[in-house]
Structures are given as C-alpha cells and as structure tokens.
Design a protein around this ligand. Structure first.
Ligand code: CU
Length: 114
C-alpha cells in the first residue's frame, strides 16, 4: 500500500507537470505573452495595430499567416486579449498594406498610434 501511495503521488505530480506544459504550449490560460517585452527584432520598425473580430486561435493563426506573407513584414505578433498586433516591418510605410490584408479577411484593423 505504501508503495502504491508513493507511486500515485509521483504520477499525480507528473500529470500536473504535463498539464502545465500543455497549457503553456497551447497558449491557454490567459495570454501571458507581453509582446513589448519579447521583441526578437529590436532593430526593426514596428507597426502597432488594433484588431477587432478575432474569436479563436484560428483567427489569430490566419491573420498572422496572412500578415507574415506580405512582402516587407518580418514578423506578426498578435495579442488576442488586448485585440492588438505588433508587426515587425522593414519599412513602416507598408502599414496600409497590412491593414488592407486584415480588413480583407473581414476583421477590423486600424493603426494604433499610442
Ligand atoms: Cu476564429
């Protein structure tokens, strides 16, 4: 019985760890990714956008892919909780193109000047 108790405690902890890892990987449990703090491209210009109409991870994925497919876009990080995106670009002049791509998919998008 004692062995069983130790075993089940260990597997319980293992299960917790796996659960935590799944949460982290899936990005569930609230968006803890602070876009401003994780800047992989500090030397590049940023276009900050407010985006409306996103309702699931699928929206985020398709917007991210569409924006990153635009010539001159280096990366697109969307913060679902804040309804915002930070797009790393070669030249901020392509901002209208980015907005066009997003609104073309029936989401709202506008430049966030703040
Ligand atoms: Cu969706």
């Amino acid at each position: 019985m004692r062995t069983y108790a130790v075993y089940s405690q260990a597997s319980f902890i293992a299960a917790l760890l796996v659960f935590g890892a799944v949460l982290l990987l899936s990005g569930c449990g609230g968006d803890t990714t602070e876009v401003a703090e994780v800047d992989q491209f500090p030397d590049h210009a940023k276009v900050r956008l407010g985006i409306t109409g996103m309702h699931c991870q699928g929206c985020i994925k398709s917007i991210t892919e569409a924006v990153e497919a635009i010539d001159g876009v280096v990366a697109c990080k969307i913060n679902w909780m804040k309804n915002s995106a930070v797009v790393t670009v070669e030249d901020p002049a392509i901002a209208p193109k980015i907005i066009e791509a997003i609104t073309g998919m029936n989401y709202g998008a506008e430049l966030d000047e703040a």
